[in-house]
Design a binder for this molecule. Structure first.
Ligand code: F6R
Length: 261
């Protein structure tokens, strides 16, 4: 696992955008795995800025898969993850809706939605780069503490902590759906490169538990320790609780330019 302690959230966004653009440049039909939430937004804005400035790669063949989706919102609800990712990223990059996939929360199909999403991911050949955020309780996608480390896409119930964290998007905690469809931890582990973005002091404890604590379902993000290719980009406030922070920075400072991420 490569942990890169940076100073600011802007630096995180610039490096993350570099990683995603490199993947798209090296494979025109790259499959990008996209997280929603606040953390990746500066990265998505950076990608859009570069695209509009004409310096980004072509997204003509790129396919996208979101990590998760709320259950119970009316179709087209602005806080649904499908609407959010279109608004924040894929529309601006010119990626048409039919190449942006998400778990299907339509009530009639719920019993098979997980299975169908797994099949769609497999048909696409798997995810090349998966953008991830981390919850303050250590969740990854919407795999809350206690989730099976081998889980696949399925329905989960959000914790009170996550619903309170996400109330800022809905106005009140009562309006945050209780149920979601989420890629499982085992699903996420199948992506070829995991790119975890962590910013803000509220994530410091979760990050340290995930990368320096034990591998445990009590901290779902600790499953990253099992993956052979993980890059963690974090700002100074998020790395405050890392015991080996100075070492990670030393490694990054000595990183050969040819190595990339
Ligand atoms: C979003 C997702 C969640 C968020 C996490 C952090 O698709 O899967 O795991 O990444 O809740 O959210 P923010 O970035 O809003 O702090």
């Amino acid at each position: 696992m490569e942990i890169v302690p940076l100073e600011t959230a802007e630096q995180v966004a610039v490096l993350a955008a570099d990683v995603l653009e490199t993947a798209v440049r090296s494979r025109g039909d790259a499959v990008l795995g996209l997280a929603t939430g606040s953390t990746p937004l500066p990265t998505y804005r950076e990608l859009v800025r570069r695209h509009e400035a004409g310096s980004g790669p072509s997204y003509d063949g790129v396919r996208c898969f979101t990590l998760d989706e709320y259950i119970g919102l009316p179709a087209g609800h602005p806080e649904s993850y499908r609407a959010t990712i279109a608004r924040e990223l894929t529309d601006a990059l010119g990626i048409p809706a039919e190449r942006v996939h998400g778990p299907d929360p339509a009530p009639d199909g719920l019993p098979t939605a997980g299975e169908r999403y797994e099949a769609a991911l497999e048909r696409a050949g798997g995810v090349d780069v998966q953008v991830l955020g981390i919850g303050s309780d250590g969740h990854l996608a919407f795999n809350e503490p206690g989730s099976s480390l081998g889980s696949r896409t399925r329905i989960k119930t959000l914790t009170e902590e996550t619903r309170r964290d996400n109330a800022r998007f809905f106005g009140s905690v009562e309006d945050v759906p209780r149920h979601v469809l989420t890629q499982g931890l085992g699903t996420i582990l199948r992506a070829r490169h995991l790119l975890l973005l962590v910013t803000g002091p509220g994530k410091a404890a979760a990050l340290s538990a995930a990368v320096e604590g034990p591998l445990t379902a009590s901290c779902p993000a600790s499953v990253l320790q099992l993956h052979p290719h993980v890059t963690v980009l974090a700002d100074a406030s998020a790395t405050g609780a890392l015991e080996r922070r100075a070492h990670y920075r030393e490694v990054y400072d000595a990183k050969p330019a040819w190595q990339g991420f």
